[in-house]
Every structure is written in structure tokens, then in C-alpha cells.
Design a protein around this ligand. Structure first.
Ligand SMILES: *Cc1c(COP(=O)(O)O)cnc(C)c1O
Length: 367
């Protein structure tokens, strides 16, 4: 038996991850920064693309399915990709404060990056509809949290106006730098697969992320880094599916609070992406979302309910998946963000009140 010698090991390619200093550093030529731009980063990006064979098996034909686990970013969601850019540019332009409306993850990311960059962070959230972990984050990072008695869409209306009348920079996905940062997720997918996937399945709320992924794929395609473009498959929660209904939803409802949005900010862009990529928008019910959420959990991947909409959607339209396809489902946020949903919707029972002795424990275990 022979083990590699020290010399042989030195010939191994250096893993790209080593020395990773965030996505602006990694993708500088493709982003609107200069040498003097003050980069605000938490070393976000470079998240894993994980194969999920048990989900592929559910499709019923030969396909490869991966999840892009963006819940592993510093604040636990893909919002960090956009926020490193948005806060960096706000700082470069001399802003002293930023503001966002949020269902939770944008506020967590805005708070973390703004405070790190030395700016004030105001976040406007719908009272009672933000998952516990996200609220905890905004408070710990030091944001000034304003909970309004209204939903996300109302919060965004207020924030847009604040940006027009007061000296605060809006960092919702109407901020173009957000999309620039978020497009890097598509770069990473292409680098990991060696090409673009056939399908990209993604949850859709304000539709910034689907727009950003498409920008990223198109840019890499133009540069010759991939020789095809994916079909963009967007999924909305059935109780909150304005793009599919064709009109705003006044009272959106879903367990997937991160996509509980009735009037998407990037609606027109999303329609353009759907058309250009010959993609589709489809609804998934809360039941389908939670089913996918549990399937992923059993693969060891804990995402938040909104993220599971991408996998729920894939399973819903599995009859239309071409044989041999490579599919990437985007998992936008970390499951730890929303412990209440996790406990409420888990099928696994917590067995409580067991006597603290070997026999009692063994008995409960079925021995
Ligand atoms: C923000 C968010 C979404 C929706 O992304 P959009 O860009 O608004 O479409 C989906 N899932 C999670 C976890 C999010 O935080």
C-alpha cells in the first residue's frame, strides 16, 4: 500500500475554497467595483452544490438533481450575496444609513453588512410574520427594527418613499447592486457543473433572485464559460402567487413566509426571464412545500420552508423533466431561521417525560 508523499501532495490542485475572501474579491472583473471601492464583506458565497439522489429517484427517470445550498451564507440566506454589493456601494457613495422592507432575511443581511460597514440599518417588517431566527439576527446585528401592522408589500411601499424623501439608501432588490451580487450564484453553479444545468428551479417572492441567476447565466454564456442556458423554473406558494394569477394578491398567505409577497418588485423582469429562458412559473401548495421540506431534511439538508418550494416545484412538474437532465434547485435560506415551522411540521415525534434509567430508555427505544 502506498500513501501519497509530501511531494505528491504538493502537486494536487489547491482547492479553490482556500483563501476565499468573499464574492466581490472572487468575481471582481464581473462586478461594478474599482480598486478604491471599500469592500464590505463577511466572506459570503462559495456555497456547496450538493447532489440529492433521493429526490432524483422521485422523478422516476434518469436525472441528476443538485441543491445549491445558499443557506450556508454568513447570515444564512442568499441575501448576503446581494447585500455585500449593496452595502459596499452605499458606503462608496457616502451613505450613512440604509433601509429595507423585509420578510426577515433581507433585514438580517442588511443589518449584518450595514453595521459591519459602519452604517445605520433600519428594517421595516410585517408585525408577527417574521420567523424567529431572522428577528433575532436583526436585533443582534444591531438594526433598528420597525414592525408595522401591515404586510410586506405595505412595508416596501413605505420604504420606497422613505428612499425618495429622506437620506437613506434602499437595499431591497429594487437596488440594482443587489442583483449584481446575487448573479454570482449562477457563476458558481456553472463552475461546479462545468456547464449550466438544464433546469434551474427557484422559489419566487419579489423575483430578484430568478432575475439575478438569469443575468449570471447569460453573462457566463457570453463569456463562453457554458454552452447552454437553463430553463428557468420559478415557483410561488399557491396562496401567494401573483405572477401566476396575473394580478397582485392583496392578502398573500403561506407557511413559506419568505415568499409571502403579493406584489413582486421585479415582476416585469421575472416575466422577461420566463420568456427568454422558455421557462415556467407554477404554484406549489403549502402541503407540497412541507413535503419537500421533510424530504430534504432526511437528506441531511435543513432549509427553510420557502426554499423547499424549489424542490416541491420540481416534484410537481416531474413529468416534464427531460430524461438525462441536470437540475439545480436553489435552497435560498437555512432551516435554523424558522425553528417554529420546523417543530410544528416535523413528522418525527419528540418523546418526552421518560424516566432517567437505562431500562426505561431501552424500552422506549423498542429493545
Ligand atoms: C428572499 C427570499 C426568497 C425570495 O427571493 P426573491 O428574490 O424575493 O424572489 C426566497 N427564499 C428565501 C429564504 C428568501 O429569503
Amino acid at each position: 500500500m502506498s500513501f501519497p508523499t509530501t511531494n505528491e501532495r504538493q502537486d494536487d490542485p489547491v482547492p479553490q475554497k482556500r483563501g476565499w475572501r468573499g464574492l466581490i474579491d472572487a468575481y471582481r472583473p464581473y462586478l461594478p467595483v474599482t480598486d478604491s471601492t471599500p469592500i464590505v464583506t463577511l466572506y459570503e458565497g462559495n456555497t456547496p452544490l450538493i447532489p440529492v439522489p433521493s429526490i432524483a429517484a422521485e422523478i422516476g427517470k434518469k436525472v441528476e438533481v443538485f441543491v445549491k445550498y445558499d443557506g450556508l451564507n454568513p447570515t444564512g440566506s442568499f441575501k448576503d450575496r446581494g447585500m455585500t454589493m449593496a452595502i459596499t456601494k452605499a458606503k462608496e457613495e457616502g451613505a450613512k444609513a440604509v433601509i429595507c422592507a423585509s420578510t426577515g432575511n433581507t433585514s438580517a443581511a442588511a443589518a449584518a453588512y450595514a453595521k459591519r460597514g459602519g452604517l445605520r440599518a433600519f428594517v421595516v417588517i410585517p408585525d408577527g410574520y417574521v420567523a424567529l431566527g431572522k428577528l433575532a439576527q436583526a436585533l443582534v446585528y444591531g438594526a433598528e427594527v420597525l414592525a408595522i401592522r401591515g404586510n410586506f408589500d405595505k412595508a416596501l411601499d413605505i420604504v420606497r418613499e422613505m428612499g425618495e424623501h429622506y437620506p437613506v439608501t434602499v437595499v431591497n432588490s429594487i437596488n440594482p447592486y443587489r442583483l449584481e451580487g446575487q448573479k454570482t450564484a449562477a457563476f458558481e453553479v456553472v463552475e461546479d457543473l462545468g456547464n449550466a444545468p438544464d433546469w434551474l428551479c427557484i422559489p419566487v417572492g419579489n423575483a430578484g433572485n430568478i432575475t439575478a441567476y438569469w443575468m449570471g447565466f447569460c453573462q457566463y454564456h457570453q463569456l463562453g464559460k457554458c454552452d447552454r442556458l437553463p430553463k428557468m423554473m420559478g415557483f410561488q406558494a399557491a396562496g401567494s402567487a401573483p405572477i401566476i394569477a396575473g394580478h397582485p394578491i392583496e392578502h398573500p398567505e403561506t407557511v413559506a413566509t419568505a415568499i409571502r409577497i403579493g406584489n413582486p418588485a421585479n415582476w416585469q423582469k421575472a416575466l422577461a426571464v420566463g420568456e427568454a429562458s422558455q421557462g415556467e412559473f407554477n404554484p406549489v401548495t403549502d402541503e407540497e412545500i412541507l413535503h419537500a421540506y421533510r424530504l430534504l431534511g432526511r437528506e441531511g439538508v435543513f432549509c427553510e420552508p420557502a426554499s423547499a418550494a424549489s424542490v416541491a416545484g420540481l416534484l410537481k412538474v416531474k413529468d416534464r423533466v427531460p430524461t438525462g437532465a441536470t437540475i439545480v434547485c436553489v435552497l435560498t435560506g437555512n432551516g435554523l431561521k424558522d425553528p417554529d415551522s420546523a417543530i410544528e411540521h416535523s413528522e418525527t415525534q419528540l418523546r418526552q417525560g421518560i424516566e432517567p434509567d437505562l431500562e426505561a430508555v431501552a424500552q422506549v427505544m423498542g429493545f
